[in-house]
Design a protein around this ligand. Structure first.
Ligand SMILES: Nc1nc2c(c(=O)[nH]1)N[C@H]1C(S)=C(S)[C@@H](COP(=O)(O)OP(=O)(O)OC[C@H]3O[C@@H](n4cnc5c(N)ncnc54)[C@H](O)[C@@H]3O)O[C@H]1N2
Ligand code: MOO
Length: 395
């Protein structure tokens, strides 16, 4: 067992993901939400493709007043404009050749087809190629496809995009003590990770394998664990298991991994909570991520390791974590990195939340992410620290 530092573990998992990068495919832009660009998004044409009015008004040429000769609507091709003449233009319409100014509707006076008015100092139309020039790289390969990227691709004339899909994930819940209905009691704990994880994985950029979102509780025997992981590996790039990461009497995860010929990428991380988290690589460029059973620790493992794994598999860089200013002191956890549940306060600082125990979800439900208190340090109010956002909360 080789415990890695939290930062080193994230790097190692990202690298393992890159080594198993998913193949590219072609998709309609509207079907690529949450996927990743497999090639740079380059401009197919100059944008705008023609000089475009940015206001409703009158395109004029030379000194005024001007004789109104017609109108151009968006989508029409205007004839050139003669000196002393004006044409009415709509926002988005192509402006005529020869114009020297556009007078806004509200700044213009029209009498007997004669336009008078003073143009504003800045031109009121967009020049060809102002947004991008043909062949220019607008976004690099590895960019996440957001709704804005889908819109940009469509505006630029793309009918198909080269992308990498969301990795396919399966969730396996281990633990005979778990129940999936009713209130907990008499030694029985309600499974919270089965309902929580598929949703969080979706926010993290993955998609769910049908029948495995979640599957479980899986019986606490080695045979059942091996069978469940094998079945999940048929269709999943990443299998997330919950619980059993320690080596307690009914913790079968390590034995299961051994039986399946897995190799550890990460096996325990110097972070609290979440220490026993692990990532193992299996034949066929598949991964098993062992999320600890304590619910908050499982979420920490997802944010700490599954997010970099998804980034690697889809060719995204491992982005630097954002920096935030602490609104209160937060003690460190000795030689381990401390991930302290926190929320972004109205004054722009980050404040720890209450009920932060690793077996609890109450604090998590009020948090935006985790303040990263580096190993071997304590942090004080006013100090700048890194922030690990919860998947779904974009820094
Ligand atoms: N002797 C030691 N014992 C433990 C240590 C240690 O260092 N030495 N570390 C503790 C830490 S830290 C964690 S985290 C847990 C992780 O253990 P496992 O991954 O093996 O998890 P389990 O033992 O199966 O479960 C722990 C806890 O979480 C509850 N649980 C499990 N699954 C779910 C679920 N789907 N929904 C809700 N709650 C769940 C389970 O009932 C247990 O209470 O080990 C400590 N022990
Ligand atoms: O690390 Mo455990 O994950 O402290 O609860």
């Amino acid at each position: 067992m080789n415990t890695l530092s939290w930062h080193a573990a994230r790097e190692a998992v990202h690298q393992a993901g890159i080594a198993a990068i998913l193949p590219p495919r072609r998709q309609k832009p509207s079907e690529t939400d949450g996927m990743t660009l497999a090639a740079p998004l380059t401009a197919l044409i100059d944008l705008p493709a023609f000089p475009t009015s940015s206001v409703d008004g009158y395109a004029v040429r030379g000194a005024g007043p001007w004789t109104l000769t017609g109108r151009v609507l968006a989508g029409e091709l205007p004839p050139p404009l003669a000196a002393g003449c004006a044409v009415e233009v709509a926002t988005g319409a192509m402006v005529p050749d020869g114009l020297t100014a556009i007078i806004r509707l509200e700044d213009a006076k029209i009498e007997n087809d004669v336009v008078a008015g003073t143009p504003r100092p800045k031109p009121e139309w967009r020049e060809i190629g102002e947004e991008s020039k043909v062949g220019e790289e607008m976004l690099p390969a590895g960019s996440p496809v957001t709704p804005a990227v889908i819109g940009l691709a469509a505006a630029s004339g793309y009918d198909m995009l080269d992308v990498r899909s969301r990795p396919r994930t399966a969730v396996l819940v281990f633990g005979d003590e778990l129940t999936t209905e009713g209130v907990p009691g008499a030694g029985r704990i309600r499974d919270s990770l089965g309902p929580l994880l598929p949703s969080m994985l979706r926010h993290a950029g993955a998609t769910a394998v049908p029948g495995f979102s979640p599957r479980g509780p899986i019986e606490d025997t080695l045979e059942s664990h091996v069978a469940a992981v094998q079945a999940a590996l048929d269709d999943a790039d990443i299998v997330c298991t919950t619980g059993g990461t320690m080596r307690g009497p009914v913790d079968h995860l390590h034995a299961t991994l051994k039986e399946l010929g897995a190799e550890y990428v990460v096996n325990t991380v110097a972070v609290r909570p979440g220490f026993p988290m692990l990532v193992a690589a299996l034949p066929g460029e598949r991964f098993v991520v062992g999320l600890p059973g304590n619910p908050q620790s499982a979420v920490i493992a997802l944010a700490s390791l599954v997010v970099p794994l998804i980034a690697g598999l889809t060719g995204r860089p491992l982005r630097a974590l954002p920096q935030v200013v602490l609104g209160a002191d937060i003690a460190g956890r000795g030689p381990d990195t401390h991930l302290a549940l926190a929320r972004l306060a109205d004054d722009g600082t980050v404040m720890p939340v209450g009920h932060r125990g690793s077996a609890m979800l109450r604090g998590l439900a009020q948090a935006d992410g985790f303040a990263v208190i580096e190993a071997g340090t304590d942090a004080v109010a006013g100090q700048t620290v890194k922030f690990l956002p919860l998947p779904g909360m974009q820094p």
